[in-house]
Design a protein around this ligand. Structure first.
Ligand code: PMP
Length: 408
């Protein structure tokens, strides 16, 4: 029995009369009781608008928020909590970087390099800013097994490259990208690196100083935390050089009729009342992940993924996209299709058996075009999933074609 499941109340609920099998962890993860209780406690005992009030409760709220910021800073090995900006989600963080650093650094003819497997959140902000500046957005393409090769990195990151924006783990293929090589090459040519850690940090330790990443982004809700809280880490010197993004309350130093000066980091980038309850929930999520331990998380997930890949390969008429060997830089996100069946039909048939998977383009249409598919099904695991759940998933998969009238 998986020792963590009891901490997640939703995992013992039923859907369509069946025990829930939750395999959509790349979209969002479920929440342990400790996270739900931390948020409750904040709203029951500490809620007030932080920074503004001179009364005790407001100070408590400010302290709770700043403690959460310090927890995040320690968690990713940042030099200072000033380098941690709370946003709404990874998307908010990426838009902030493109609209501030991107606008400031790019000029005509410069190049932004992304991977073709990026989530739309790491493509659209760069499309907009490169168009505005007359810069070029170009892509690192994947080899047949879904990996970015060293040759591709050497060729595409050039003297014109000013920004490299890549995900550490693909949300479609589960591929772990060679970010160490990408960062090394980017820094050799003087470019800054934006790492999208939305799919990596729930599963792997990310240390910004060891990686020497210039910016990283992630979402709380994909790592056991609540929705509505995200993180932007940036090196202090870069954040200091950047203009603010959203403007308004909390981010100012002094405002006159026509002019304003801005607050120091991190407040310069946090206009308006922040999501203190979300930050408190994220801190509890980090504590939970650290209690389970990344080594343990990886061990459980690798075993589950290997088991699922092996069993899926035994089912006829299934195509798995990308790397199918767990030892080769991939994690527990599996994109697949059942021959002749639209992914939405597969997802609906699985849903009838209580299994939640994702079907569609996964906010990665350029990758879908590159792979020449319209859509895929995606099963994604977390450390609270079990082999028994994978058996239920495999049995349901075996039924899909029969339900739709195919002989086998
Ligand atoms: N990047 C990646 C790799 C993702 O998988 C996602 C979410 N699917 C995002 C960015 C965006 O995350 P959010 O919707 O929480 O902003």
């Amino acid at each position: 029995m998986n020792p963590y499941r009891n901490d997640f109340p939703i995992l013992s609920t039923k859907t369509n009369g069946n025990d829930l099998v939750y395999f959509d962890n790349a979209a969002t993860t479920q929440k342990p009781v400790s996270v739900i209780e931390a948020i409750n406690k904040y709203y029951q005992e500490q809620n007030a608008n932080p920074y503004r009030g001179l009364y005790g409760l407001s100070v408590e709220s400010t302290n709770a928020y700043e403690e959460a910021r310090q927890t995040v800073a320690d968690f990713i090995g940042a030099k200072s909590s000033k380098e941690i900006i709370f946003t709404g989600n990874a998307t908010g963080s990426l838009n902030l970087i493109a609209n501030t650093y991107g606008r400031m650094a790019l000029k005509e003819g410069d190049q932004v390099v992304a991977a073709i497997s990026e989530h739309h959140s790491n493509i659209l902000p760069w499309q907009q800013v490169t168009k505005e500046k007359g810069a070029v957005l170009s892509y690192l393409y994947l080899n047949a097994s879904g990996h970015i090769t060293e040759e591709e990195i050497e060729q595409k990151i050039t003297g014109n490259t000013k920004i490299v924006a890549v995900a550490q783990v693909s949300n479609v293929l589960g591929t772990i990208n060679p970010v160490e090589s990408i960062i090394k090459k980017a820094h050799e040519v003087g470019a800054v690196v934006v790492l999208d850690c939305a799919q990596s940090i729930p599963h792997y330790q990310v240390n910004v100083q060891e990686l020497d990443a210039d910016f990283i982004v992630f979402s709380g809700h994909k790592m056991l935390g609540p929705m509505g809280i995200g993180v932007l880490y940036g090196k202090e010197n870069l954040l200091n050089e950047m203009p603010p993004f959203l403007t308004g309350g909390e981010m100012i130093e002094y405002v006159s009729e026509q002019e304003a000066t801005f607050a120091p980091l991190p407040n310069k980038f946090e206009a308006g009342t922040p999501n203190v309850g979300g930050a408190v929930g994220l801190k509890a999520a980090i504590n939970y992940i650290q209690k389970v331990g990344y080594d343990n998380i990886k061990k459980i997930e690798d075993e589950l993924t290997d088991y699922a890949l092996t069993k899926m390969k035994e089912v006829p008429h299934i195509t798995i996209y990308g790397e199918t060997d767990i030892t080769k830089e991939r994690c527990g996100v599996i994109s697949f299709n059942v021959d002749d069946v639209h992914p939405h039909d597969t997802a609906s048939i699985l849903d009838a058996d209580g299994i939640a998977i994702r079907a569609g383009h996964h906010c990665a249409q350029p990758l879908m075009h590159y792979m020449k598919v319209a859509a895929t099904c995606r099963a994604s695991f977390y450390f609270y999933n079990t082999k028994e759940e994978i058996d239920i998933f495999i049995n349901s998969l075996k039924k899909v074609r029969r339900w739709l009238g195919y002989g086998d």
